[in-house]
Ligand binder design. Structure first.
Ligand code: FAD
Ligand code: UDP
Length: 418
């Protein structure tokens, strides 16, 4: 049934599109609307997982999607906006896009142009800025004179702890650089961030930080490193601007589920919430972001400065270094890790054996949940980057397209409708 156009429909794509061809309107509603309607797909969450799937389903299958998003904006944690000083800020922590997948770059390039960025950061400890991640420049700072890769490698060979298969985040670092550098840069940052010791976290957590003996000082190693030229939100607006996609902001799945008829559900929220925490709540780590606008062109010497050993915050991000905006003012964001609880966002699943064991109970239930796809960082409880979530959503679309995930709506309806 066609929807009436309510007065608060935001015709954002008319304002935003720099593409030369006319674009369809973004069907986006920001105040609660009666949901009594019927769609092929109900999608929970307008982040990467939900938006990629909506785009694919609408454009490739010609089917209708309703996205319900409990926040007041699209984009999930990748959302960015211009603050009062005109600075483009990443509201939920810095989002550095990177990938090794040409397919994912090509897919997203339909909705954005890119600004190539080499993400560079520093670490502050012992009263000075250090080159980070650890590389030959860091080593030279440490020994106080010029050096070579060969000398650094020989020194690390002496410092490192012999561990063949590092099983946790402490082992993965000490097996590469030894205790001194681990304690300078990793031990306390990790405690602050996760409220756990590195030895109680999977090796992949600290293992994702490169350690190099050359002068490559980029924070990340992937072959493609860039930001959407006009920001993430603009990219999402283009992705979702399709007549078969409708987006309802400020709308929780718990309200929508009993009011909308649909054939298939795509859930990208926390999996334990979906199952009413029946096996107990999954652990998450939350954050508090503290923005501050300063009347000077730049505040700090790099896009991000990490504070492993000083202060309660883990890092100060000044994203203007990466976006390349030319403005007399700047905005920095201090990031304070905090416990997850009511009214707080579950930013990070905890990559650790105990949390994974609990998640596997939910994952088992999810398999038998017919007509429902669980996609994204929260629904699959994975510490995934944006490109990995895009990859996961594209893979899920292939399953849906091949008909493997479809069962009769009435089956789902019987079990869930209240
Ligand atoms: P999300 O972006 O979390 O979207 C899920 C959406 O579902 C949210 O908008 C949420 O409000 C909505 N939702 C949840 N429950 C409900 C409900 N019941 N009803 C309605 N809506 C609901 N990745 C990188 O590649 N590079 C980075 O530099 C990077 N930095 C990061 C920094 C931080 C601080 C964080 C937290 C993450 C970072 N990431 C980064 C990871 C990136 O944010 C995720 O990979 C990506 O956003 C995941 O997309 P998603 O759609 O799975 O989830
Ligand atoms: N980490 C650290 N010191 C640093 C930077 C990172 O100990 O200076 C560890 C920490 O445990 C962190 C993990 O490495 O959670 C991954 O860091 P990254 O910057 O990739 O985290 P994210 O941007 O996902 O929060």
């Amino acid at each position: 049934m066609p929807q009436p156009t309510p007065p608060d429909r935001l015709e954002t794509s008319q304002q935003l599109n720099s593409l030369s061809t006319p674009q369809p309107l973004l069907n986006l509603f920001s105040t609660p609307q009666p949901l009594l309607s019927s769609f092929d797909f109900l999608i929970v969450g307008a982040g990467f997982a939900g938006s990629v799937l909506a785009e694919r389903i609408a454009t490739q299958l010609g089917q209708t999607c309703l996205i319900v998003e409990k926040r007041n904006h699209i984009g999930g944690n990748a959302y960015d906006h211009y603050d009062a000083a005109g600075v483009l800020v990443h509201d939920y922590g810095p989002h550095y896009f990177r990938t090794n997948s040409q397919r994912i770059v090509e897919y997203l390039s339909q909705f954005t142009e890119w600004r190539s960025v080499e993400y560079k950061i520093l670490s502050w400890t012992d009263g000075k800025f250090w080159q980070f991640p650890i590389n030959l420049n860091t080593f030279e700072q440490l020994i106080g004179r010029a050096s070579t890769s060969a000398e650094m490698e020989a020194q690390l060979a002496e410092w490192r702890v012999q561990i063949d298969n590092p099983k946790n985040s402490e082992e993965v670092i000490v097996s590469q650089v030894g205790w001194k550098l681990y304690e300078m840069f990793f031990k306390n940052y990790t405690r602050k961030q996760w409220q756990r010791d590195a030895k109680d976290l999977d090796a992949s957590v600290c293992g994702r930080i490169p350690i190099r003996t050359n002068r490559d000082d980029r924070y990340l190693s992937e072959s493609f490193q860039a930001l959407p030229k006009d920001g993430y939100t603009k990219m999402f607006e283009k992705m979702l601007a399709h007549p078969k996609i409708e987006v309802r902001l400020n709308t929780d799945f718990r309200e929508a589920r009993s009011q909308v008829r649909f054939d298939h559900l795509i859930f990208t929220g926390p999996i334990d919430e979906y199952f009413d925490h029946c096996f107990g709540p999954l652990p998450y780590r939350s954050l508090r972001f503290e923005p501050e606008t300063i009347a000077q062109e730049f505040f700090q010497p790099a896009m991000q400065v990490n504070y492993p050993n000083d202060h309660d915050f883990t890092r100060i991000v000044e994203i203007k270094h990466a976006t390349g905006q030319k403005l007399p003012a700047t905005t920095i964001v201090r990031e304070y890790p905090q416990n997850f609880g009511p009214g707080r966002e579950p930013y990070y699943p905890i990559p650790a054996p105990d949390a994974k064991a609990l998640y596997s109970k939910y994952a088992e239930r999810a398999v038998s949940e017919k007509n429902v796809s669980f996609v994204g960082r929260l629904a699959t409880y994975r510490y995934y980057n944006m490109d990995q979530v895009v990859g996961m959503a594209l893979a899920e679309f292939e399953q849906i397209q091949s008909g493997k995930r479809k069962v009769e709506w009435s089956e789902w309806d019987e079990r869930h409708r209240r």
